[in-house]
Design a binder for this molecule. Structure first.
Ligand SMILES: CC(C)(COP(=O)(O)OP(=O)(O)OC[C@H]1O[C@@H](n2cnc3c(N)ncnc32)[C@H](O)[C@@H]1OP(=O)(O)O)[C@@H](O)C(=O)NCCC(=O)NCCS
Length: 171
């Protein structure tokens, strides 16, 4: 466990930090996967204060922000639908990736929604880096589906990991 990493649930007042992080992370992480126009559309539609507030207040999404010793470094949002915990967003600053932060954020959501029997997510079929991360964490592809994000259509994999007795450690 990285003891310098602090993970806190985000209030509505913290959503500005989520938006700032998304604006730094998305253009780099989705370069070659999404066009600049598509990325800007996601920032305008999905990462508007209005939409993120809607996700918290109306859809029951919970956001966490991870801070290392000097700055916010990433965020996750998740919700429960039946027995499934869905990871909706998981993003780490490019220069902070590969340090275990994404794993810690995932474990935080799993431990919070402790009755979930499986953890699921959508990932763009061309986002090989994220797929490698999820496979390393024990997820497998269970479906391929069309998705609409903002004004654009994409194809995603649904990945899932069954949780046995839940409560992950930091693996
Ligand atoms: C995917 C992401 C959230 C992973 O977070 P992270 O902090 O970089 O990952 P961790 O340091 O916790 O890595 C955990 C494991 O995944 C592997 N891994 C992480 N990112 C990887 C990548 N891009 N390629 C290959 N392996 C990767 C690590 O080697 C590590 O393996 P180990 O636990 O066996 O040592 C982060 O890289 C990210 O923000 N990527 C860009 C945005 C994105 O695609 N988000 C997902 C949208 S669905």
């Amino acid at each position: 466990m990285n003891t310098r990493l602090k993970i806190n649930i985000a209030s509505k007042l913290d959503l500005k930090t989520v938006i700032d992080l998304a604006n730094k992370i998305w253009p780099i992480s989705y370069k070659g996967i999404l066009s600049e126009i598509q990325i800007q559309n996601m920032m305008d539609k999905i990462y508007s204060l209005e939409n993120l507030t809607y996700e918290i207040e109306k859809l029951g999404h919970v956001f966490w922000i991870a801070n290392d010793e000097i700055e916010p470094v990433g965020y996750i949002s998740a919700y429960v639908d039946g027995d499934n915990l869905w990871i909706k967003k998981l993003y780490i600053l490019p220069e902070k990736q590969g340090k275990g932060y994404g794993s810690h954020l995932t474990n935080t959501a799993v431990n919070y929604f402790k009755d979930a029997k499986a953890i699921c997510l959508f990932v763009n079929i061309n986002n090989k880096g994220a797929q490698t991360f999820y496979k390393a964490k024990g997820f497998e592809v269970i479906d391929t589906v069309p998705v609409k994000m903002g004004d654009h259509d994409f194809t995603d994999f649904i990945m899932r990991k069954l949780l046995y007795g839940n409560k992950t450690n930091n693996s």
